[in-house]
Design a protein around this ligand. Structure first.
Ligand code: PLP
Length: 382
């Protein structure tokens, strides 16, 4: 079906040697996973993050699940998560036995509010999970201090933030675990895909096993055992070599993709500043000590009805702008875990007002001009 939108919100594209690498995998006849392309993709991420272990996974969700399996969760255990995030930041942990405890966000970066964390930590807290919204870091020093004080791990949901930095440190490698996404909407994509970054070597070996259905197949592959067998809880999270081939080709183009995204993002930011100030709309906040991954460009408009008119205005010009995240604590499943309306007021408020503009590698200058012109011509605020 043809899309009614001339300018979509996102478009995933091949940016380098994807076809060559896919052909190389086809020719090798070895497509299942954990082959040469998987190792190359893992090495590209590991080198940038300066991390000890990176495991490619089928998605960010499955990477988060591997982190959950590494926590040995038992019924009643709690995991603190932001309310304003994607479902799997919480569901990856609840699916493995934890009760999510929802934290509110800061109104500037829309990241988990480090000043509201402490009262949420209990004897049963097994981890704090943070999401670096839009690829701008959470306040990791404060969060890690709270976690270290209680001896609990920090897990970074870094679905948005590959190649972003916090005080010089790469996002995704600051916690005990970091999860990346190569979903079609992300800066680098194989349609579906992800990776888990792990600091501790013992946790890394457990994750390798968990990634292959809880079998000691990794030891078998290294020639350490004659047969592999079921040794722990696990899932099938190993991606095919075909997905890995696409990820390698994408990550090799990191500089050019990120340069274009940065250019588009900075132009939105510069050219919409006075329009936003005039109409009480908020442009993104990037603290001076953070480098963004330029994953998305969002605006927080003055109220929900203005947002809805704004989205219709852009749609009437063939441009798709989209809202973001229904706060998890207020979702039907979140309520089953004890979430109630009003628990996370900043998340509830921002969720009604956030809108994201088209931002993708192949967005042309002419299309970008059209989006800017459409935004600036909107003045039907409440
Ligand atoms: C913050 C966040 N976490 C996790 C995910 C899930 O990623 P995946 O689709 O790779 O499982 C997303 C996807 O959009 C996300 O935005």
């Amino acid at each position: 079906m043809e899309s009614p939108f001339r300018i979509p919100f996102n478009r995933a594209s091949f940016v380098g040697r994807e076809w060559d690498y896919l052909e190389a995998v086809r020719a090798s006849g070895d497509m299942a996973g954990n082959g040469e392309m998987t190792k190359r993709a893992e090495s590209l991420v590991r080198t940038f993050l300066d991390a000890s272990t990176v495991l490619l996974t089928t998605s960010c969700t499955s990477a988060l699940e591997l982190a959950a399996l590494g926590l040995d969760l038992a019924p009643g255990d709690e995991v603190i998560v932001p309310s304003f995030t994607f479902v799997s930041t919480a569901s990856a942990f609840s699916a493995h036995g934890a009760t999510p405890v929802f934290a509110d966000i800061r109104p500037d970066t829309l990241n988990i509010d480090e000043d509201r964390l402490e009262p949420l930590v209990t004897e049963r807290t097994k981890a704090i999970v943070v999401t670096h919204y839009a690829g701008v870091s959470c306040e990791m020093d404060a969060i890690k201090t709270i976690a270290a004080h209680r001896g609990i791990p920090v897990i970074e949901d870094n679905a948005h933030g590959l190649y972003g930095r916090y005080r010089g440190a790469p996002l995704g490698a600051m916690g005990d675990f970091g999860a990346l996404s190569f979903h079609a909407t992300k800066n680098f994509s194989s349609g579906q895909g992800g990776a888990l970054v792990i600091t501790d070597d013992e946790a890394a070996e457990r994750a390798r096993i968990a990634r292959e259905n809880g079998t000691n197949r990794p030891a078998f592959d290294r020639g350490e055992v004659r047969r592999y067998t079921w040794v722990s809880q696990g899932i099938n999270a190993l991606p095919s070599e075909l997905l890995a081939a696409v990820i390698v080709a994408q990550l090799e183009q990191r500089e050019v993709v990120q340069a274009r995204r940065r250019e588009l993002w900075q132009r939105y930011n510069a050219e919409l500043a006075s329009w936003a100030a005039q109409h009480g709309a908020q442009t993104p906040t990037i603290p001076a000590w953070c480098e963004s991954s330029f994953h998305l460009f969002h605006l927080v408009l003055s109220d929900e009805s203005s947002r809805s008119r704004f989205m219709s205005h852009l749609a009437s010009r063939g441009i798709l702008a989209v809202s973001h995240y229904v706060p998890l604590h207020d979702s039907p499943m979140g309520q089953e875990f004890g979430g109630r309306s009003g628990d996370c007021p900043v998340s509830e408020d921002c969720a009604q007002r956030v809108v994201r503009l088209p931002l993708y590698y192949e967005l042309s200058d002419a299309e970008h001009d059209d989006v800017l012109e459409a935004v600036i011509s909107f003045n039907e605020f409440s």
